[in-house]
Design a binder for this molecule. Structure first.
Ligand SMILES: Cc1cc2nc3c(=O)[nH]c(=O)nc-3n(C[C@H](O)[C@H](O)[C@H](O)COP(=O)(O)OP(=O)(O)OC[C@H]3O[C@@H](n4cnc5c(N)ncnc54)[C@H](O)[C@@H]3O)c2cc1C
Length: 451
């Protein structure tokens, strides 16, 4: 946020005195280090406000504007860009309520998916969210949200039917199809650009159980991925699969490739039938196939050790219209060429593709696969001269796709943002940004600059 643009937002009430004790945390305060930690590192904000109410959020925004501090909104704290120094971190973790009203679930802006899944499950309901319990509803939904049920129910953002949002000016708005529909459109994939969402409203789906399968993969990945692709082309949308090939992370997490599959309901035979072409392949082993409660398929992923920062990542992600043989060859070759690298694929299509491109801000609705690959940039493993080559290999893969998924990017670099959205979507987002955040108070994200 430039100093020149801030002045319009200056307000006289800069008091944070109404906040609960401990809600305001500054460097040197007790608990500072814990308060500034996020999933993959340690932030260096100027000040942290832990908001527990909508009024706390408003007070924090007034304060940020008066002190000319950029605002970093923290939902579940899993994004990779929590370490940008300076500014006011607005921590929403205390806004974690989950309340069910028929088939609509109202979720606080700082809730995590594990809590949502547990509450929904007790009512025989589910939402397609993410794969990990501690990931925030906020960041995942606003960026899109590709989860275990994406082929059955679409993105997390597709299930968003309304939101309560505090704007940069401190107004509290309700966005839904009847009111501020433009804002609802932007919140479905446009990121945290438009204000602080204090409540998300999702349409939930009946869900009693999930058949969850893990298949071990050995040998050449190419024929396996071809069969996986062909299987998913005709598979019922109840089935969503992930392919993941990882290096050894530590002695308890050995290297290896797996296919995981989630099937809506408790019909093991139907799930096994849908996976039959894969199970018939040499090199595939059925490690697990059984019925689980939805909350139990969400993974626990411990936060990074602040003393051992995550290495850099050479690679990226892309939404692929087709997983052609060429894409498979390039992805597998990338993984094979880089010992410390990951390859991740998630099937799309189904309900994800039913949503017209222009109906939400999310890119790549024609995609049938999401792909991500990256080499960990560990000194000694990656030599300086190889970095451009590795990145060039990835760039050639990304060129096969039709958009970048912002939630899996390592930074908020403007170069990434311009690859996330089409020119039309970017222009529409910029118009909406101008309406709701003309001074770009919310710029610590994949930033849409106001038109
Ligand atoms: C272990 C792990 C597993 C993951 N699994 C998946 C997955 O299965 N599917 C998937 O699609 N993605 C997944 N992701 C990516 C994830 O969607 C992003 O990291 C996302 O940004 C996390 O949201 P958060 O609220 O936890 O993060 P935060 O860092 O808190 O928020 C990210 C950004 O979202 C905005 N924001 C958050 N909450 C609000 C709010 N209430 N109001 C306004 N703005 C807000 C802010 O701009 C903030 O910078 C995963 C990430 C990790 C680390």
């Amino acid at each position: 946020m430039s100093a020149a643009t801030v002045t319009v937002a200056r307000v006289t009430d800069t008091s944070l005195s109404d906040l609960a004790p401990g809600a305001l945390v500054r460097p040197g305060d007790e608990g500072w280090d814990a308060a500034r930690a996020f999933h993959s590192g340690i932030g260096e904000p100027t000040v942290i406000v832990r908001a527990a109410t909508v009024d706390d959020v408003r007070a924090a925004l007034r304060y940020a504007a008066s002190e000319r501090l950029d605002v970093m909104v923290r939902g579940g704290g899993h994004s990779a860009w929590g370490a940008i120094p300076g500014g006011l971190t607005l921590d929403l973790a205390a806004l974690d309520g989950v309340r069910i009203d028929g088939d609509v679930v109202h979720v606080g802006g700082g809730a995590t998916w594990g809590a949502v899944a547990r509450t929904l499950s007790a009512h025989g309901l589910g939402i397609s969210s993410g794969d990990t319990a501690s990931v925030g509803v906020g960041g995942l939904t606003l960026g899109g949200g590709i989860g275990w049920m994406v082929r059955a129910w679409g993105l997390a953002a597709d299930q968003l039917v309304g939101a309560q949002l505090v704007t940069a000016r401190g107004e509290v708005l309700e966005a839904n199809e009847q009111s501020h529909a433009d804002l609802l459109w932007a919140l479905r994939g446009g990121g945290g650009n438009f204000g602080v969402v204090t409540r998300f409203d999702f349409r939930a789906h009946p869900l009693t159980a999930v058949v969850f399968a893990t298949l071990g993969v050995e040998g050449d990945a190419r024929p396996v991925l071809q069969t996986l692709r062909d299987t998913m082309a005709d598979a019922p949308r109840d089935l969503t699969v992930t392919y993941m090939d990882i290096p050894a992370m530590d002695p308890n997490a050995p290297a290896g490739a797996t296919i995981t599959a989630a099937w809506i309901g408790d019909d093991e035979d139907a799930a096994r039938a849908a996976l039959a072409p894969l199970l018939a392949l040499e090199g595939i082993t059925e490690t697990e196939l059984g019925v689980r409660a939805y909350p139990d398929i969400l993974m626990d992923m411990p936060a990074a050790d602040p003393d051992q920062p995550m290495p850099g990542f050479l690679g990226g992600n892309t939404l692929l219209r087709e997983l052609g043989d060429d894409a498979i060859d390039r992805l597998v070759a990338f993984r094979e060429a880089n010992a410390a690298s990951v390859l991740f694929l998630r099937s799309l299509g189904g309900a994800y593709g039913d949503v017209p491109q222009e109906a939400t801000a999310f890119p790549g609705r024609s995609a049938t696969w999401f792909a991500m690959a990256g080499a960990f940039d560990v000194p000694g493993l990656v030599h300086d001269g190889n970095r451009p080559l590795i990145q060039a290999e990835w760039d050639a893969i990304e060129a096969l796709g039709e958009g970048l998924y912002g939630n899996f990017t390592p930074s908020t670099d403007p170069g990434l943002v311009s690859r996330m959205y089409s020119a039309d979507t970017m222009a529409r987002l910029a118009q909406i940004k101008r309406q709701y955040d003309p001074l770009n108070l919310f710029c610590r994200n994949h930033n849409v600059v106001p038109a």
